[in-house]
Design a protein around this ligand. Structure first.
Ligand SMILES: C[S@@+](CC[C@H](N)C(=O)[O-])C[C@H]1O[C@@H](n2cnc3c(N)ncnc32)[C@H](O)[C@@H]1O
Ligand code: SF4
Length: 480
């Protein structure tokens, strides 16, 4: 094993030190930290959800949430349909070319919306509203209009709310985008991943740059406030050069935001990923090189880095919130609009209501049977205890704003930080602190530039459930 510095990245400017610091990271350090770990879109993570939490427990939570009628909500709707499956896809999707399947689903979704609104009483204000998938633009224009009308009948989407949709450019028309604008959608996210033809072939997703650019330009003309592009690094056959060219193409479009996801290879959960030959996947070190290609280019083009894997133009709300350390994170990703409760609708959707996580069934037949019986189609959930709430606050702050603030946690949770986390602090000192990934500065801990990419590893130290997990069965994707 070599200790030689990795000649990973060119340094774009004197203060963009993340990639340059990584450039001198010893190989054994990267290897030590490259292990399976959660992405912390929630704490505790979804693997802790259990089936002792169902319809009755969810109704209790909703009744409690209904008490705070003036508090804002986040609303997520899962539209799982896609015509074809990309081999890398880790999302919960239903592949069908039979449109009637989606039409039936929408009937039931409308019922779920009404049931939810009834249970929430007068609590109707929505500040974050998101259609995700699958492919929400699988729907026809009248279906999209009817779905939005059902939501608008039961909830009040507030002026200034973040109203967003995920879009697959291969199946989305300008007419659909125009309708979405008319309905009040102000954010759109395009799935791109990589423009290189060989990579696209290897992951069963053929999508030309030209087609993407045309739809992107249409979204700009229509006046979407924020346009995001998703990329994935770590896909088969990606090289630093070829991926760099894809990133250059994205930079030239000038999206307001970019998500550069690390490819999560979990074939034991997503059978479609078995079509990807593991021998074709870049190693952890090569993945860091690929991320370096992304980071160098976006930083040089004037973007700022948000959290682990996002970039935004300085005018974007997300960039401003990051600068002011006001970022939040939920299942929809980073956000500037914290809502005390988040409700999820549709198969597999996850909510976060009155101190509990709740997840809907992934099976269409169960979803329909439950709603027919006027039950919420809840498959599993998790009620947080006081220790979970404390660790959740700590991990969220770490993942969003790259710091831990002991005095704030002591004030809010009535603990003595150094006593409560004595074991974790020992591990932090021997590992990430000794390796220069996080530093203690007076009253707080700050993640260093090189620690940002490995922030999941730092969070893992504070994850009580992960520490208690003894099973060796694969659960999480790798941290690098
Ligand atoms: C649910 S997809 C919806 C977007 C739309 N269906 C499309 O593909 O354009 C949202 C994003 O998740 C990301 N994604 C999907 N599978 C992933 C995986 N295994 N690892 C990392 N990111 C993944 C992709 O970047 C994708 O654009
Ligand atoms: S990446 Fe998007 S289009 Fe491809 S299968 Fe997943 S959800 Fe569908």
């Amino acid at each position: 094993m070599s200790d030689a510095p990795l000649p990973l990245y060119r340094r774009p400017s004197p203060d963009t030190s993340v990639s340059s610091t990584l450039a001198s990271a010893p190989l054994d350090l990267l290897r030590r930290y490259d292990k399976p770990g959660p992405r912390y879109t929630s704490y505790p993570t979804a693997v802790e959800f259990h089936d002792g939490f169902g319809d009755a427990e969810y109704r209790q939570r909703l009744a409690e949430a209904a008490q705070s009628a003036a508090d804002p909500l986040s609303l997520y709707i899962h539209l799982p349909f896609c015509r074809e499956r990309c081999s890398f896809c880790g999302c919960m999707v239903i592949i069908t070319k039979k449109h009637e399947v989606a039409a039936r689903y929408l009937d039931f979704l409308h019922r779920e919306i009404t049931m939810l609104a009834d249970s929430l009483g007068g609590r109707r204000q929505v500040v974050q509203y998101h259609w995700g998938g699958g492919t929400p633009t699988y729907l026809t224009l009248p279906e999209m209009e009817a779905l939005h009308a059902a939501v608008a009948q039961s909830f009040d989407v507030q002026p200034g709310a973040e109203v967003a949709i995920e879009v697959d450019p291969r199946v989305t028309t300008t007419e659909q985008l125009a309708l979405l604008r008319q309905l009040g959608f102000n954010r759109v996210s395009f799935g791109v991943q990589d423009f290189t033809p060989e990579v696209q072939e290897a992951v069963n997703r053929i999508q030309s740059e030209d087609l993407t650019r045309r739809l992107f330009d249409a979204a700009r003309r229509l006046g979407f406030e924020s346009i995001n592009i998703d990329l994935i690094y770590g896909l088969p056959l990606q090289t630093r050069e070829s991926f760099g060219r894809s990133v250059d193409a994205v930079v030239s479009m000038r999206p307001d935001r970019v998500a550069a996801y690390s490819y999560a290879h979990v074939p034991w959960i997503r059978g479609n990923q078995k079509r990807i030959d593991p021998a074709m996947l870049p190693t952890g070190e090569r993945k860091l090189e690929l991320f370096g290609a992304v980071m160098d280019r976006f930083l040089a083009a004037g973007y700022v880095q948000i959290g682990m894997d996002h970039f935004a133009l300085p005018h974007d709300e997300l960039a401003r919130a990051a600068a002011a350390r006001r970022l939040h994170r939920n299942f929809m990703g980073y956000t500037t609009k914290p809502a005390t409760d988040m409700v999820g609708l549709g198969v597999s959707a996850i909510g976060d209501v009155a101190g509990a996580f709740v997840q809907n069934t992934k099976k269409l037949s169960t979803y329909y049977a439950d709603l027919d019986a006027r039950r919420f189609p809840v498959e599993r959930g998790y009620l947080l205890d006081p220790d979970d709430r404390l660790r959740r606050a700590l991990i969220t702050e770490l993942m969003c704003n790259f710091r831990i603030e002991p005095p704030a946690l002591e004030g809010r949770f009535g603990i003595s930080f150094d006593d409560y986390f004595a074991a974790e602090l020992g591990e932090l000192a021997a590992g990430p602190m000794a390796d220069g990934l996080i530093e203690r500065q007076d009253q707080r801990f700050e993640v260093t530039p090189s620690g940002r990419l490995l922030v999941r590893n730092i969070a893992m130290i504070f994850d009580r459930h992960l520490r208690a997990r003894t099973s060796q069965a694969p659960v999480f994707s790798r941290t690098i």
